[in-house]
Design a binder for this molecule. Structure first.
Ligand code: NAD
Ligand code: TYD
Length: 338
């Protein structure tokens, strides 16, 4: 099989590429990625000399570049996106350009190329926020609460409209919060791991009682691989980790792993529009694809902590430059995080 993976130099994309090629060594795979601040070729360095693997640098909004990369591809797995909620609050425009316009350009190129399947990797955040009960199913109405999730929701709706109008063979997936190796340390878990290792304050938003349903990136990749193998065009599938935890619980566990007191936790001004709770009902994926998450966060967090401890050159390198400017401004406004 020949796959095109957009955003394959990012966190989930690079984990997926490794996951797929380990299981399908004879496949051809092209990674198409703009290498924004979040994309890093070091995430794929193990594949450099591998037959059948190729990297192409380009933006998904660039129709000509996308068309060239798509040539001969049978399946597209589309990860490329701006993915961080806080950045979408500071600067929403690029989220619309990449996540909405870029996705539309890709859809058109994929239709033209006649791909067999297009996997549109989206997020549970399109459903908005839950109260203290219930879970998101594929039937939950969309109610995105920030520019990031709104841009992902817009691209999902466009994908579904392309299915209805053109018979575009798209499958939409909604993964819950991922964690694991190669996650850019602006996101909650790796940010707190690195800061706890260095004994720096951990900026916890609001009362710290927001809940996320954590899925290990390996389990998410397993779900996505099942879609490539068995997904049905026009369908949506949710993937969760059965692992609802408050941010405070996770922050305390990270302090423990770092051998630090939880006095490091600093309650800071909340994220505007902060979704309270996410939880995923993945019964459809279980029933139709045989999906089940295999990892609990209690079991996996020590391993993830160790990964970051063992990969200091990787994170020192990507945390230089532009990221520092974002960090300084955002956390200064929240009254913490220095
Ligand atoms: P990431 O930010 O780590 O990686 C995004 C990748 O996309 C980077 O390699 C970046 O260089 C590339 N990219 C960005 N803009 C581009 C453009 N215009 N053209 C080409 N490439 C571009 O993101 P991630 O956490 O790996 O998320 C991947 C996908 O999964 C996203 O679509 C995201 O919405 C979705 N998702 C993420 C989570 C999560 O918890 N991280 C959960 C569910 C779904
Ligand atoms: P994040 O990793 O940004 O994922 P998302 O907002 O897409 O779910 O954040 C996870 C949770 O952690 C979310 O409730 C916000 C919270 N959070 C903090 O409390 N402090 C931080 O510095 C960050 C980045 C996140």
């Amino acid at each position: 099989m020949r796959l095109l993976v957009t955003g394959g130099a990012g966190f989930i994309g690079s984990n997926f590429v490794q996951f797929w090629l380990d299981r399908h060594p004879a496949d051809e795979l092209v990674v198409f990625d703009a290498l924004t601040y979040a994309g890093n070729l070091e995430n794929l360095s193990d594949l450099n000399d591998r037959r059948g693997y190729r990297f192409v640098k380009g933006r998904i909004e660039d129709a000509e570049a996308v068309r060239r990369a798509m040539d001969g591809g049978e399946v597209v797995v589309h990860f490329a996106a701006e993915s961080f909620v806080d950045r979408s609050i500071v600067g929403p425009q690029v989220f619309v350009t990449t996540n909405v316009v870029g996705s539309q350009v890709l859809f058109d190129a994929a239709r033209e190329a006649g791909v067999r399947l297009f996997v549109h990797v989206s997020t549970d955040e399109v459903y908005g926020s839950l109260g203290s009960t219930g879970r998101f199913s594929e039937e939950t109405p969309y109610a995105p609460g920030n520019p990031y999730s709104a841009s992902k929701a817009a691209s999902d709706l466009l994908a579904l409209a392309y299915y209805k109008t053109f018979g575009f063979p798209v499958v939409i997936t909604h993964g819950s919060n991922n964690y694991g190796p190669y996650q850019f340390p602006e996101k909650f878990i790796p940010l707190f791991i690195l800061r706890a290792m260095e004994g720096k304050p951990l900026p916890l938003y609001g009362d710290g009682l927001n809940v996320r349903d954590w899925i290990h990136v390996r389990d998410h990749c397993l779900g996505l691989a099942l879609i490539v193998e068995r997904g049905k065009a026009g369908e949506t599938y949710n993937f969760g980790g059965d692992c609802e935890r408050t941010n405070l619980e996770i922050a305390r566990r990270i302090c423990e792993l770092a051998g630090r007191s939880d006095a490091l936790i600093q309650f800071v001004k909340d994220r505007p529009g902060h979704d309270r709770r996410y939880a995923i009902d993945y019964a459809k994926a279980a029933r139709e694809l045989g999906f089940a998450p295999t990892t609990s966060i209690e079991a996996a967090l020590p391993e993830v902590f160790r990964w970051y401890a063992d990969h200091e050159p990787w994170w020192r390198h990507i945390l230089s430059g532009e990221y520092q400017n974002f960090y300084a401004q955002w956390y200064a406004e929240r009254g913490g995080g220095t």
